[in-house]
Design a protein around this ligand. Structure first.
Ligand code: HEC
Ligand code: HEC
Length: 216
């Protein structure tokens, strides 16, 4: 089963330009139905927390349901290798981000990952995720295996967040199209909770309340 799946994935890579739709095998088909998202709490629902620091930490914890979600952290590992799925197994086939996160010249991410999600037919995965900016995050932005408190401190550190101040960081969270993929991850994949707009509001409210982090 495993080698069969591996073969299909490889052939998807090789025939990426013509697409995987032509794969002729017919193993049990994964569901193409979108997986419904979970809700995200509104900013207003935190207004009863009077202590500013406690409110700030609570806002970050709610935003952290997105940030620490496998849809995001699968691309933010510490070892240069992307993860797949909710259980974050090693990427099949084995690939590495390489020097610039786009994969080695012979097998760049874009040989399989297109500009949009690509539904598959006859494969054991329902779709190949896609986005114009698809690449692995640099190692200083690694989140896999770190506590929410540690991720929070790292996010605030311009040496580890691509030189961003809090306003630029909020803009990235609320507007970046690759971040936005988390809410539109393609058939067969669970989206991160809420909407990108609601997530941007939570993140802004966290900044406005002093940007306090949970204990590491
Ligand atoms: C396909 C891989 C991929 C996915 C999925 C992804 N990221 Fe990233 N992320 C990157 C790359 C590459 C960079 C560095 C380039 C840039 O800043 O755009 C980055 C940078 C960032 C940064 C700025 C640097 C930092 O760490 O402070 C933030 C914030 C961020 N991502 C948040 C998210 C969130 C939130 C999600 C999920 C909703 C997410 N990312 C999903 C690849 C990914
Ligand atoms: C040979 C084809 C191929 C190459 C090259 C490739 N991928 Fe993938 N990738 C896939 C397929 C197919 C899936 C879907 C598998 C699944 O969902 O189980 C996938 C899924 C992923 C996921 C999982 C998304 C999630 O949240 O579950 C991430 C992250 C990812 N790839 C990142 C990358 C990065 C970064 C690169 C380049 C460094 C890359 N991939 C190169 C084929 C490839």
């Amino acid at each position: 089963m495993r080698s069969h799946r591996f073969f299909l994935l490889l052939s998807c890579g090789v025939v990426a330009l013509t697409g995987c739709r032509s794969a002729s095998q017919a193993p049990p088909e994964p569901s193409q139905a979108p997986v419904p998202p979970e809700a995200l709490r509104s900013v207003a629902s935190f207004s009863n927390i009077e202590d500013k620091q406690a409110r700030s930490v609570a806002l970050f914890r709610e935003a952290g349901r997105v940030i620490a979600h496998p849809r995001c952290t699968n691309c933010h590992p510490a070892d240069g290798r992307p993860r797949q799925g909710m259980e974050q197994h090693a990427h099949v086939p084995a690939v590495a981000g390489g020097a610039d996160g786009h994969g080695p010249p012979g097998l760049p991410c874009t040989s399989c990952h297109q500009a949009t999600n690509t539904p598959t037919v006859g494969a054991t995965v329902a779709s190949i995720p896609g986005n114009p900016k698809w690449a692995l995050a640099p190692v200083e932005m690694a989140w896999v295996g770190r506590s929410l408190g540690a991720i929070c401190e790292q996010l605030k550190d311009p040496k580890r967040n691509g030189g961003k101040d809090l306003a630029a960081l909020q803009h990235h969270m609320a507007k970046d199209e690759l971040v936005g993929w988390g809410w539109n991850p393609g058939p067969g994949r669970k989206p991160v909770p809420g909407t990108q707009a609601a997530f941007g509001e939570l993140f802004q409210a966290w900044v406005d309340s002093g940007a306090y982090c949970p204990a590491p």
